[in-house]
Design a protein around this ligand. Structure first.
Ligand SMILES: Nc1ncnc2c1ncn2[C@@H]1O[C@H](COP(=O)(O)OP(=O)(O)O)[C@@H](O)[C@H]1O
Ligand SMILES: [Mg+2]
Length: 311
């Protein structure tokens, strides 16, 4: 069979945890649709001038779409080029939504304004620590978070005024402009992860924290568990992804035992595929996720054609 390719997609995909295999599958499926792929486009090493943005000898502006899927290796300079790239060609995720999802304050505010149930949050300038104390008295228990953190790193759970007093001088030393806090959600230390692609439900699973930590992140010792999402959870997750404007999103939810409701904790813009070990455990959603992403890329590149018009 001879294939004629009339489109090209640039890929920047994580290679660990089975990512290389996923990428190979994607390349083949894209080819079946007449779409060529250029892989390993690490924007950190891109160069740009009047003529375009070059990476590995390719001018990416000549491509029909850029697929950015490498959370661990994202640097500031990459993000800078990613943003400009999306001024010229479509990217998945689109940069604006991706950047909002990376920021806890921005995403929670977009979620709450869209009517999606998310955690109570508060942000204020570091010059106003008294406002934090007021919130502590109101909420009883709170969590400090870095605005752009991941893996549960850098967070602090405050459950007494004494802990707050101990922490504040340390925070003062840090190079941050804002204090960002959330009300602590009374939960059983398990969460839901719901994957959505192109407004379609792909899969759900969960994580359970280790008995030594209140965070469910794998990096904090948490473990993946099989967990089916109800229609209510799926619906909430779709609304969350739509509120942020993401093409692909992995929604993390907790069950608030006190308020007896589900809460969207965050939406991940680069939700990982199941690793080979997780697949053996029964997380068998990879093929469905790949197919839905390929459909989305096909659809998006057909619509845009080969013009360089902005969306
Ligand atoms: N407001 C909160 N109330 C209770 N637990 C929380 C709260 N925020 C975070 N957690 C716990 O900490 C983990 C990490 O928080 P999250 O906001 O998802 O940050 P990260 O981006 O670092 O994963 C969550 O999976 C959850 O278990
Ligand atoms: Mg998280």
């Amino acid at each position: 069979m001879e294939l004629e390719c009339n489109r090209t997609v640039g890929l920047w995909m994580y290679q660990n945890g089975g990512g290389d295999d996923i990428e190979r599958k994607m390349i083949l499926k894209l080819l079946e649709r007449g779409i060529n792929s250029v892989t390993g486009l690490d924007l950190r090493y891109a160069e740009a001038d009047k003529n375009g943005l070059k990476c590995k000898g390719f001018n990416i502006y000549d491509m029909d779409l850029f697929f950015s899927y490498n959370a661990g290796e994202q640097t500031k300079s990459q993000l800078y080029f990613y943003e400009q790239l999306n001024n010229i060609i479509p990217t998945i995720n689109n940069f604006k939504a991706f950047a909002n999802a990376e920021d806890k304050f921005r995403s929670n505010q977009l979620l709450s304004l869209a009517g999606v149930n998310c955690s109570d949050f508060y942000i204020c300038h570091r010059e106003n620590p008294d406002l934090i104390r007021q919130k502590f008295r109101e909420w009883g228990k709170l969590v400090f978070k870095p605005l752009d953190g991941w893996g549960g790193v850098g967070m602090a759970l405050i459950d007494s005024e004494y802990t707050l007093d101990t922490l504040m001088p340390f925070l003062n030393q840090m190079d941050i402009r804002h204090y960002y806090i959330e009300r602590y959600i009374d939960n059983d230390h398990t969460d839901f992860r719901v994957d959505i692609v192109d407004n379609q439900f792909i899969a759900s699973y969960g994580r359970v924290a280790s008995d030594k930590d209140w965070r469910t992140n794998i990096t904090s010792g948490g473990k993946v568990i099989l967990r089916e999402a109800s229609d209510e959870i799926i619906d909430l997750s779709k609304k969350a992804v739509a509120a942020l404007g993401l093409e692909i999103g992995g929604v993390d939810l907790l069950y608030d035992r006190e308020k007896e409701e589900y809460v969207v904790l965050e939406v991940n813009g680069i939700p990982a595929f199941a690793t080979p070990d997780q697949e053996k455990m029964g997380l068998t959603f990879n093929d469905k996720k790949i197919d839905t992403i390929i459909n989305l890329i096909d659809k998006t590149t057909q619509k845009q054609g080969h013009t360089h018009e902005q969306k």
